[in-house]
Design a protein around this ligand. Structure first.
Ligand code: 13P
Ligand code: SF4
Length: 336
């Protein structure tokens, strides 16, 4: 087991975020993960932005809504969440008696970080008559300060479910919020947060790419900035984008979201071409650095040693659960 002893790695977990031990390179990690799933009655839930190997070993791959719904319904005793912290935390909020594991506790989210609870509390106090709809990409503290949670696949329906004379705060994503204002005609007060991955797409480079691929459809996630959304042929959650790429007749797509989703797009439509929308940065990559902190090795280690585990203050958990339940109820009502 490498140079660092497991006992030492466990002690160091809060600092490292994961079990920092070497894994025997000859170990069949796919086989080991399958063995651990059966032995421990564990389910592996993965977001589409995870690396391809993790997606291939997962029991369920989905967008934030699908993952929350799956976490709520599973009979497994252990939920292994291959995603970022707010996703695993949501699974724990819904499953207080189950063990929820996250391969790397430092897999955070720039969007969730853009809403510090104390500042948000002050912001909310300035709008006392407003109902708070928060995007699921936020911490449990923000969820506890919210009335309803939404994801990119149900946000429009959630906003429309609120009476028209009820003023609304939408947090933390200003891009999704702006998109919803346009779609629903509701004048919402927006928190000024954004996702670091969806803010870096270059309109100029996408326009140039489109000239080289005139038949390509531009498909974008609603976390993208308005100029990108304006030129998109289709806007949707990761599941929405994947479905569109499967059902639409075009043969080429310029995909404006994190590149992890291309794995499933390419797998289900091998005859089509999927081009990642170019970002405006020097490394030319639109990987989410948080999502990509998880690796197959860390996934195996967290299943083997059942660490790192998500733990929560019970009072906070109960308060954060209410707006998630409202979201799940509204989603079920609309068959989402
Ligand atoms: P969805 O998968 O719900 O579309 O969310 C995208 C995202 O940015 C998750 O972090
Ligand atoms: Fe957060 Fe953006 Fe990464 Fe999703 S892609 S986890 S919103 S930083």
């Amino acid at each position: 087991m490498g140079d660092i002893h497991i006992g030492e790695a466990k002690e160091n977990i809060a600092k490292a975020g994961f079990l920092d031990v070497d894994v025997d390179p000859t170990l069949d990690l796919f086989g080991e993960i399958e063995r651990l799933k059966k032995e421990k009655n564990a389910i592996v839930l993965a977001h589409y932005y995870q690396e391809p190997d993790i997606q291939d070993v997962a029991d369920y791959i989905g967008d934030s809504l699908g993952l929350a719904q799956k976490a709520e319904k599973t009979d497994a005793e252990i939920i292994v969440f291959a995603g970022v912290h707010f996703m695993a935390e949501t699974a724990k909020i819904l499953n207080p008696h189950k063990k929820v594991l996250l391969p790397d506790l430092k897999a955070g989210c720039s969007l969730a970080d853009s809403a510090p609870p104390e500042l948000f509390r002050q912001f909310k106090a300035k709008h006392p008559n407003h109902l708070v709809i928060s995007y699921i990409n936020c911490t449990a503290d923000i969820k506890a300060l919210s009335d309803i949670i939404c994801t990119s696949s149900n946000a429009e329906k959630i906003v429309e479910s609120i009476p028209v004379d009820q003023p609304i705060i939408f947090a933390p994503d200003k891009n999704l919020g702006g998109y919803l204002i346009k779609k629903t005609g509701r004048d919402m007060v927006l928190w000024n947060g954004a996702c670091m991955v969806h803010e870096i797409f270059s309109l100029e480079k996408i326009t140039r790419l489109k000239i080289r691929h005139p038949n390509a459809k531009i498909i974008a996630h609603p976390e993208c900035e308005e100029p990108i959304l304006r030129i998109a042929d289709f806007i949707g959650s990761t599941t929405g984008l994947l479905k569109y790429s499967q059902e639409d007749a075009a043969m080429e797509y310029i995909v404006a979201t994190e590149t992890g989703i291309l794995h499933q797009m390419q797998k289900s439509s091998p005859h089509k071409m999927f081009i990642p929308a170019p970002p405006d940065n020097s490394c030319a990559c639109n990987d989410c650095p948080h999502m990509k902190l998880n690796t197959l090795e860390k996934l195996y280690l967290c299943m083997e040693y059942e660490l790192p585990e998500i733990t929560m203050d019970e009072q906070l958990r109960v308060a954060a659960r209410k707006p998630i339940e409202r979201m799940l109820e509204i989603s079920a009502k609309y068959g989402l």
